[in-house]
Design a binder for this molecule. Sequence first.
Ligand SMILES: [Zn+2]
Length: 417
Amino acid sequence: MKYVLTAWISLLVQLSLFAQTALLLRPDRVFDGEAVHEGWGVLVRGERIAAVGPMGSLSAAGAEVIELKGTTLLPGLIEGHSHLLLHPYNETPWDDQVLKEARSLRTARATIHARKTLLAGFTTVRDLGTEGAEYDDVGLKQAIDQGIIPGPRMVVATRALIATGSYAPKGFSTDIEVPQGAEEADGHDRLIQAVRRQIGKGADVVKVYADYRWGLMGEAKPTYTLDELKLIVETAASSGRPVIAHAATAEGMRRAILAGCRTLEHGDAGTPEIFSLMKQHGTALCPTLAATDAISQYRGWKKGSEPEPERVQTKRRTFQQALAAGVTICAGGDVGVFAHGDNARELEMMVQYGMKPLDVLRSATSVNADVFGLPDRGRLRPGLLADLLAVDGRPEQTIADVRRVRLVVKGGKVYKD
Ligand SMILES: [Zn+2]
């Protein structure tokens, strides 16, 4: 008995020492989520940040020192709009992924997507819909959190809500019921039930399609009424969850803003009036510039040798209008439309379309954390989660340097060295 007890105590001591493993990270500089500090470093203890400051102020006693000469240390990046259960549409069209790929196949791929995302330095993703794969994002998130597979922390939306008849796949015989990429629900009772069911099964956010391409000419048009959107927001808010809206038309955006949605995704056809309404209501924009860029190329645009298609020109113009109106800009590329692990593509495009690299880094860290309600990450501060990224170079000057990943740490654990 005494031996067993001693063994237990010794095990517990070892476990607590393991949990308290300290890392001293010595880069050239630190971007703390808001500003750049030359000569700073970070001390990690267990899964949290213990100290951040000038290197001389950090005690190396008992800590494993990781020399990161030539690097900038950043908070782990936050992807604002991903679909880990999708893969690029030039590999397999979206319709075929939804209708022809088994959910087991999609999940197998998603585990690889999760690893690539983490190793690219994105330690959190807001995953906005399984696109026909039911609640499989919930299990994927659990597999990551339980340490079964490497991947980012996930904020999940599960199935997302669509107005009956508005979404896709479409264009099939009227005689058959075609599975849809999200959950159809309308009207008072069915909407309340759908929101609560998705939350009950694990949704951290509720996603709604405020518009979609169901106009007479196949163009994007609003779907839900303002009252339906308000009901969705009110129902989700009881549980403390935000609603985020796919909204590409001006009217769809207007309804989503007035209903109280937290972020608008895409925002392609926003106008100066709509963006000033967003500013007034504190609604953030997740512009998904890289998705438009990727889809235009899948449709045949030879980028670099041909003029920009109208859709890309519109995207650039409306993004600049949103910036001019002072709208809060999240960083989220709709990755899945393009390759997982290539998340930096959105950050590069934000710079190409007119944002300063430092502001883009803020969007991908502290701004995303604030807008998504994640106060435990997005900054390098004592007490926050030790989610960190070291890259060669100076990404606050040259944004592409975020691709030069030297080290990724999630919850104090080193994933790439
Ligand atoms: Zn999306």
